[in-house]
Write a protein that binds this ligand. Structure first.
Ligand SMILES: Cc1cc2nc3c(=O)[nH]c(=O)nc-3n(C[C@H](O)[C@H](O)[C@H](O)COP(=O)(O)OP(=O)(O)OC[C@H]3O[C@@H](n4cnc5c(N)ncnc54)[C@H](O)[C@@H]3O)c2cc1C
Length: 428
């Protein structure tokens, strides 16, 4: 039977990073994965270019960008391994990258650069890698270490690191292994659910918008709380893109109001795009979402002004404020809106402005794990050390997405994978 200091289960972002650091610190490390290829999620991330971190992470205030029952849990790991640390590593490997908006960093060439970097770090640490190699059972051995039955035989290890990720995109290898193992050792779980996921709507109610599939536009979107009529949300002074206005503890149990200014995408079955992906992580069944489809315009003023000077159809005037396909679909919904704007009543125009800036929708569901970028929930952080990621079960560690820490869209989830892996590897 082979002996290791550490067996890492899952050769994804967190697992490979942890294995490399642990190996370079002199530990004898085995990393195994049931998939044929390593880190498939890195490969498909960020449209194939991996949005690998975000410069705007504030480790002192993780609740701004991370959800979970206790968003402050990730403070220690995030402040000990920062985006700057990862950027330095990427630079050391000569990987070209660029910044998109809001601090998001992407590889210039391909996400494969990042995978090769992680594999090189593992090689530098003498890490042994087995794949495809599934794990059958993990049990405590007589000496307090672990025996792991794998498809290539049983191995012994002093410590086991679980880095099997979440449930999203099962077709590239996601499993509930990590959650089952946590349960086996008596650890608590926060119920998993899909996050950063497109939302769907009832077929009939969605019919007026189905033809808009493919249309994208900047919006302001919000969920939770109660719309505050005094908040300057409709015209003029908008919060900066991606800002949360929380009336409770973001990511916590209290009801909260979250607001994002991002792009919205109409799909055949509902809504997607960064705006909806972000809000989906805060959305719960039964909650309406509210969308301002013209967040940069003062609609009542613009329509009143147009009425005074134009004889065009309302839809044509509206097309200067929102995309023309949207303007047409909107005007078609009410006979009062299908006439020249000069002939429209003030009441009809006020109703139009109100509907466009306060579009309230009730999602019937989401596209689920098939399309979700992340899994919310996971191993309860109350049963983990925020310093080392070790669980209450001595020698058993959990890192990355399997833990109840979920980031916003924009590189936050990878930074959590790197930071939790680093905290674990240096604590092993
Ligand atoms: C389409 C898409 C795009 C994304 N884009 C971004 C982005 O641009 N930026 C960002 O920050 N985040 C992004 N994410 C999220 C990010 O990919 C994950 O948060 C991150 O990969 C989690 O790292 P992890 O190591 O915890 O899990 P993973 O990277 O998912 O790795 C888990 C590994 O465990 C293996 N495994 C699972 N079960 C078993 C088992 N039973 N036995 C053995 N091995 C097992 C899997 O095969 C996998 O290799 C994206 C996700 C998706 C789905």
């Amino acid at each position: 039977m082979q002996n290791f200091d550490v067996v890492v289960i899952g050769a994804g972002a967190a697992g490979l990073f942890c294995a490399g650091i642990a190996g370079q610190r002199g530990l004898k490390v085995l990393v195994l994965d049931h998939s044929e290829k390593v880190a498939e999620k890195i490969r498909i991330s960020g449209g194939g270019r991996a949005n690998f971190t975000n410069r705007e992470i504030d480790p002192r205030a993780p609740h701004k960008h991370f959800l979970g029952d206790n968003p402050n849990f990730c403070r220690s790991a995030l402040s000990r391994y920062t985006p700057q640390d990862f950027i330095a590593l990427v630079g050391k490997h000569g990987i070209p990258f660029h910044e998109k908006h809001k601090g998001q960093l992407f590889c210039d060439r391909s996400a494969d650069d990042l995978i090769q970097m992680l594999l090189a770090e593992c090689a530098a640490g003498g890490v042994e890698r087995w794949q495809p190699c599934g794990v059958k059972t993990v049990r405590v051995a007589g000496d307090g270490g672990y025996e792991i039955d794998t498809e290539r035989g049983t191995v012994r290890s002093k410590r086991v690191v679980v880095a099997t990720g979440g449930l999203s995109i099962p077709k590239i290898g996601a499993t509930d292994f990590g959650y089952r193992l946590a349960k086996q050792f008596g650890l608590r779980l926060i119920e998993p659910r899909p996050g950063l996921v497109p939302l769907t709507f009832d077929g009939e109610a969605w019919a007026p918008y189905a033809d808009l599939s493919g249309l994208a536009l900047p919006v302001q979107i919000e969920v939770g709380g109660v719309s505050d009529p005094l908040a300057p949300l409709l015209c003029g002074s908008l919060p900066p893109k991606g800002v949360s206005i929380a009336s409770g503890r973001p990511g916590g149990k209290k009801k909260e109001r979250m607001v994002f200014s991002e792009d919205l995408l109409f799909t055949h079955r509902g809504l997607s795009g960064p705006a909806v992906l972000q809000i989906s992580s805060y959305w719960r069944e039964g909650m309406p979402i509210r969308v301002n489809l013209a967040p940069e315009s003062n609609l009542p003023d613009a329509l009143a002004h147009a009425k005074a000077r134009s004889r065009k159809l309302i839809a044509n005037e509206l097309a200067s404020l929102v995309p023309s396909r949207l303007a047409d679909a909107w005007a078609a919904q009410d006979a009062d809106w299908q006439r020249p704007i000069s002939e429209a009543s003030d009441k009809a125009l006020a109703r139009l402005a109100e509907r466009l800036s306060h579009w309230e929708l009730n999602p019937t569901g989401s596209e689920g794990y098939r399309k979700a970028e992340v899994t919310l929930g996971g191993v309860d952080t109350r049963d983990l050390s925020s310093q080392t990621m070790e669980s209450k079960q001595p020698g058993l560690y959990f890192i990355g997405e399997v833990v109840d820490v979920t980031g916003w869209l924009g590189g936050y989830n990878f930074q959590w994978a790197w930071a939790s892996a680093h905290a674990c590897a240096t604590g092993l």
